[in-house]
Design a protein around this ligand. Structure first.
Ligand SMILES: Nc1ncnc2c1ncn2[C@@H]1O[C@H](COP(=O)(O)OP(=O)(O)OP(=O)(O)O)[C@@H](O)[C@H]1O
Length: 454
């Protein structure tokens, strides 16, 4: 198997297991050899090897087989040297130590790899993200800690991870003596579990308490995981007490993270809480223009017709990751067929993405469908009645509005007869609970969602 094949398999794996899992577990693997149906990999620690084998072994074998590699077993051995990144570029090592140059060994700082593309230079700012960007810049200056923690939240693919990596890169350059650690909440948990298993809680505690800047991505992951939450809380407090900077990201505001202990929520709210809003047209266009400049270097000679970027910025409004993916595909396709990137080519090549983002569900449609489904008057959706037979479908409609539209909680409240955003928040939580405890509600929700998205 060539490195290229492994690179392709990595791409497939990233898609199937998700970006975070990929970066944490698969990226550090170093493909070594394939002999008699056994694929051998170098791993940074035994723990990583065991974990990958147990949790992703089947998926790796499946992808290898799919790519024509005959394999029935995987073997992992600790590399004597730091394993090369699975795909050399563009990922880079985390700022691993005080000097920033030592290899990231088992006892070194527990950081995850940083993506070399995620810097402030490549982060395009606009109205929806200017506050988050300014706050991240302030942290990256590395001066006195003025707000702690910085809590960044927002929907999928809006740039939270990008900003955190940018802070880490910047600090690494400005203050290489600072011990800066970026990792996902999931990695924090695995580190914690590993320490428990190896009875090395002292080591874990001193490791995390010795950092100058701690950044934890996707903190919603630890919700409901009691002992991890507990340990996170203590780490957090210890660092804040020492006036060390903490940066946290999540997919929603601290108060809205279900199953997160109240004391943690209130700690997270103590600093600066900043929302990354969904992108607007101008921001999307700016991001596309920036990416095109980069692609021009990679694909010199490719011509992009007027109006194509505007078309994409207008039509693909879900998240930046999808937007980037569309452009990547477009350039790769155009270079393959040797054609100019015209509007027709874009429509052809991106038909599936455009179809998927085509359907925009409105709150009015949701209210109508839910009223029909529960046999109630549409006017009662926005009216004052509080009887269960009306209030429950109304809560369901609010939940669907939160899931299927980009509207904020206050906006949804307004569209439901001028209700407060806390009423919407309560409805969303209630339905989230019922969805797991009441199969009838779960079925209603699934049916309604399918009808609305059809
Ligand atoms: N303002 C921006 N300028 C340039 N690129 C951006 C911007 N916002 C997002 N991106 C790009 O979009 C992709 C997704 O961003 P990122 O991974 O930071 O999202 P996220 O908010 O952490 O999402 P998730 O919730 O899935 O973890 C990345 O490739 C990132 O570089």
């Amino acid at each position: 198997m060539t490195d290229d094949t492994w690179g392709r398999i990595c791409d497939d794996l990233e898609r199937t297991i998700g970006k975070n899992n990929f970066v944490t577990w698969i990226a550090p693997l170093e493909f070594r050899a394939l002999e008699n149906g056994v694929a051998r990999f170098g791993v940074p620690t035994n723990f990583v090897g065991e974990w990958v084998n147990r949790n992703f072994g089947d998926k790796i074998i499946e992808q290898l087989t799919r790519n024509g590699v005959a394999v029935d077993r995987l073997e992992f051995a600790v590399s004597a040297t730091k394993p090369a990144a699975a795909r050399a570029a563009p990922r880079a090592a985390a700022p691993a130590s005080a000097s920033g140059t030592a290899p990231q060994a088992e006892n070194d700082l527990p950081g995850a790899p940083l993506d070399a593309r995620f810097t402030f230079d490549t982060f395009v700012t606009g109205k929806p993200n200017e506050l988050a960007h300014a706050a991240a810049r302030r942290v990256a200056e590395g001066g006195n800690v003025t707000f702690n923690p910085l809590f960044l939240y927002g929907g999928v693919g809006l740039g939270k991870t990008h900003l955190m990596h940018a802070i880490a890169w910047d600090l690494r350059e400005r203050a290489p003596e600072k011990r800066v650690v970026y990792l996902s909440a999931e990695q924090f948990m695995y580190r914690f579990v590993q320490a428990l298993r190896e009875r090395d809680m002292m080591g874990f505690k001193s490791l995390f308490r010795s950092v100058d800047v701690l950044m934890v991505d996707d903190v919603q992951f630890i919700a409901g995981k009691d002992s991890t939450q507990e340990e996170f809380f203590h780490t957090f407090n210890a660092l804040v007490d020492q006036n060390k900077q903490i940066v946290i990201s999540a997919d929603r505001a601290p108060g809205e993270i279900k199953d997160l202990e109240d004391r943690i929520k209130s700690r997270l709210q103590c600093g600066l809480v900043v929302d990354l809003h969904p992108t607007d047209y101008e921001l999307r266009l700016g991001i596309l223009q920036q990416k095109v400049d980069l692609y021009r270097q990679q694909y010199p000679g490719l011509v992009i017709a007027d109006g194509v970027l505007e078309f994409l910025a207008h039509r693909i409004s879900t998240n930046v990751r999808v937007l980037e993916g569309a452009l990547t595909r477009l350039f790769a396709f155009a270079s393959l067929v040797g054609k100019e990137i015209s509007l027709e080519l874009a429509q052809d090549c991106l038909a599936d993405i455009l179809r998927a983002t085509d359907r925009k569900v409105t709150i009015e449609e949701i209210q109508r469908k839910v009223s029909e489904h529960f046999n109630m008057r549409l006017a009662d959706m926005v009216g004052p009645k509080r009887h269960r037979t009306i209030a429950r479908p109304r809560q369901i409609a609010m939940w669907l509005a939160k899931q299927l539209t980009q509207r904020s909680l206050p906006e949804i409240g307004r569209r439901f007869g001028g209700r407060d955003h806390t009423t919407v928040m309560h409805a969303v939580r209630r339905i989230d609970d019922l969805r797991t405890s009441d199969p009838q509600i779960a079925e209603d929700l699934e049916l309604l969602r399918r009808m609305l998205e059809a």
